[in-house]
Design a protein around this ligand. Structure first.
Ligand code: ATP
Ligand code: MG
Length: 318
């Protein structure tokens, strides 16, 4: 952590959630929000709340949705110096409604919003020149604006002796995009820590067997793989050591959005603060579980004290 902040890159948006379950937005209905959101923002908020040095590269509009995000990140202790404020485009947004079967319907305004209007500028360069870790969200690989930032940031951070983590959480269809697939493979090969969820492990390794996937990823030079398994908990595979598993905490899930991002933010931060794998994994599982108990994508991200209290008070699954 003393090497410099953990930096994440990508979309910042507000999320507005339908208050009732059902299909879509074809009639007037009660809504809750806006909530600060965007996978990179959720990740970095969790880093900051846990007391890690953290910064985000992205863009918001000169509107209340943008101010809400900037205020929230600043309150969490996140360095916002490389977040642009675009004078012309509105802050990104997503309207989300949960169906009864757990599927989600979305109305997105991202590609033509301020969310996509960042790139390599002076503020970004100054931040990355003092960064100690880069975390890349798969969602950002869908954004051409993130490509240049990532391409320049990875070698800079590595040259300083820093490390890189990658959460391959991008929609499978994007891997059919001839621009995205090589970038995805390159991120897998370049990262020190991979944070896949479920099938993303196989997707990243390019195999259809879980056992071979882990070995194939170690062969690429990845040192640690933190596999997120939802309500079944999580397992960390570290090269040359036995896997470490942690059960999930028993919680009432109110809003599943952001669990994986909080898990990642907590895991990266705890490892960078010097914790061992098992302890970092406990905090990461606690961060993911606590976040799903609160409505809003990052409203349940916990501070160190909140996560300690949560861990002490919450049963774990058998
Ligand atoms: P997301 O659904 O946000 O994309 P993800 O698929 O990347 O997340 P998950 O495995 O769903 O990741 O969640 C990350 C971690 O959070 C899990 O490993 C688990 O420890 C915790 N978690 C998530 N959902 C629950 C739940 N319903 N109950 C308990 N713990 C949970
Ligand atoms: Mg995920």
């Amino acid at each position: 952590d003393s090497l410099g902040p953990t930096v994440c890159v990508g979309e910042i948006l507000v999320e507005i959630v339908a208050a009732t379950p059902g299909a879509g937005f074809l009639e007037a209905q009660p809504l809750v929000g806006p909530f600060a959101s965007g996978a990179p923002a959720i990740f970095i908020s969790q880093c900051g709340r846990l007391g890690g040095s953290a910064a985000l590269v992205g863009c918001v509009g000169a509107d209340d949705f943008g101010r809400l995000n900037l205020d929230r990140l600043a309150r969490d202790g996140v360095d916002t110096s490389a977040i642009r404020i675009d004078p012309d485009y509105p802050t990104g947004s997503a309207f989300v409604r949960y169906r009864l079967d757990g599927e989600r319907d979305f109305v997105f305004n991202l590609a033509t919003s301020a969310a996509a209007r960042f790139g390599w500028d002076d503020a970004t360069g100054a931040l990355l020149a003092r960064a100690g870790h880069l975390h890349v969200m798969g969602t950002a690989l869908a954004m051409a604006s993130a490509w240049e930032v990532i391409d320049r940031a990875v070698p800079l951070v590595k040259a300083r002796g820093g490390s890189v983590s990658f959460d391959p959480n991008l929609r499978k269809e994007l891997l059919n995009d001839p621009e995205v697939l090589p970038r995805f493979s390159r991120m897998v090969a370049q990262c020190d820590l991979l944070l896949p969820s479920g099938d993303e492990l196989l997707m990243a390794a390019g195999t259809d067997s879980g056992d071979r996937a882990v070995a194939a990823l170690f062969d690429l030079g990845i040192g640690e793989i933190a596999l997120k398994q939802g309500a079944a908990g999580a397992t960390v595979y570290a090269a040359g050591a036995a896997p470490v598993s942690a059960p999930a905490f028993c919680v009432q899930e109110l809003d599943p959005t952001g669990a994986g991002d909080c898990f990642g933010g907590a895991y990266v931060t705890c490892r960078r603060l010097g914790m061992g794998i098992a302890e970092a994994l406990t905090y990461a599982c606690a961060a993911g579980a606590r976040n799903v108990t609160v409505r809003g994508p990052m409203e349940g991200a916990g501070t160190r004290a909140e996560l300690d209290a949560f861990i002490a008070a919450t049963e774990r699954r058998a």
